[in-house]
Design a protein around this ligand. Structure first.
Ligand code: ATP
Length: 345
């Protein structure tokens, strides 16, 4: 890859009997927003720590900007890590916290304060420089930690679940802000998250981790619409798989198939059939989950198995959709939205 910021080759890390990273090859482009997504214990944080230099690999190599840094100490690498707990000094003001990061990087004293103020402006904290962390909200503290990371203008910024401590609303706002900020400063971001929505919202590309390995690398759309394995299909988005006998009866072919819930329409059983481009399946509504803007229907299929369908509540009210519980329905979706995935979950 031209202008590769990070290149991991055959990366392995074991802790005693535990294999945390089982052979990872990855390349992250310059200026990319790249996420490591996976369930707890899949090795994401360990990969991040290997890039930062906080861990030494059992095997393989780490290169940054085309230079092998496998044997270099963390401070010799042009990366900065933002941790979930922000790691701010409580006795220092926001400005001093940011400037301290520059001191460690040996930036001359006169320059530190100017750059610290500029970094605080970048993250939208103009006027908060004199406050101590205790006088800032969670989101503002997170911004100070970001400013400290950005002030040093590292080549790569590593973020370990940086929004994990924030409430949902603030987290969603920060996701958008973080993405905009990254685009503006042009620094390569590598984000560790177990939250698929977060990864889909912010990333240029995502690597999906499972048991120390990368299961798939792709853009959010590729990962979501073309999951390479059954694991990716069920980890990213709602698990909605047809397999075995029910797949044979409904789709006319065996194997494992993924269909996204929002692609499936719910009709009364007696409604007219769709055109031949559609797959259909009859069943009974086991559960109706009213979500305000949309409704989730869990349908037990006559052919076996269960599918979830998600419908926008364009005209239907909560009472309308609740009436579906226990009724017979016919599901339909366009055949091109059926994605065959290798393997079992
Ligand atoms: P989470 O989302 O929960 O942080 P993760 O995907 O980041 O999970 P890692 O923290 O990389 O996963 O851990 C991968 C595996 O390695 C886990 O089984 C973990 O228990 C183990 N592990 C990680 N660090 C150490 C360590 N210092 N000593 C022993 N085992 C470790």
């Amino acid at each position: 890859m031209e202008g590769s910021a990070i290149r991991l080759q055959g990366l392995r890390k074991t802790f005693g009997e535990t294999t945390a990273v089982a052979g990872v090859d990855l390349e992250v482009g310059d200026g990319e927003f790249f996420s490591l997504l996976g369930p707890s214990g899949s090795g994401k944080t360990t990969v991040l720590r290997l890039i930062a230099g906080f861990e030494t690999p059992t095997g393989g190599s780490v290169a940054l900007g085309g230079r092998d840094v496998t044997d270099l100490a963390p401070f010799e690498r042009d990366v900065h890590t933002v941790f979930q707990d922000y790691a701010l000094f409580p006795h220092m003001t926001a400005e001093q916290n940011v400037a301290y990061g520059l001191k460690v990087r040996k930036v001359p004293k006169a320059e530190r304060l100017v750059r610290a103020r500029k970094a605080l402006t970048e993250v939208g904290l103009d006027g908060y420089g004199k406050r101590r962390p205790a006088a800032l909200s969670g989101g503002q503290r997170q911004r100070v930690a970001l400013a400290r990371a950005l002030a040093g203008r590292p080549r790569v910024l590593l973020l370990d679940e940086p929004l994990g401590a924030l409430d949902l609303k603030l987290r969603e706002r920060m996701q958008v802000e973080l993405k905009t900020l990254q685009r503006d400063v042009g620094i390569t971001f590598v984000l560790v998250t177990h939250d698929q929505q977060e990864a889909l919202t912010m990333s240029d590309r995502i690597a999906v981790f499972r048991e120390g390995r990368v299961e798939q690398v792709g853009t959010p759309a590729e990962i979501y619409e073309r999951p390479a394995t059954a694991f990716v299909a069920s980890f990213v988005g709602t698990s909605n798989l047809l397999q075995g006998e029910s797949a044979r009866r409904i789709l006319g072919t065996g194997g494992v198939h993924s269909i996204r819930p929002e692609k499936i329409r719910v009709h009364k059983e007696a409604a007219l059939a769709d055109d031949p481009g559609h797959a259909t399946a009859t069943g009974t509504v086991a559960e109706v989950v009213y979500l305000g803007d949309s409704t989730r229907f869990l349908v037990d299929l006559d052919a076996g198995g269960r599918l979830t369908a998600l419908q926008q509540n364009l005209e239907s009210s909560a009472e309308d959709v609740a009436a579906y519980r226990g009724t017979r329905v016919r599901l339909s979706w366009h055949r091109r939205h059926t994605v065959q995935v290798p393997g079992a979950v």
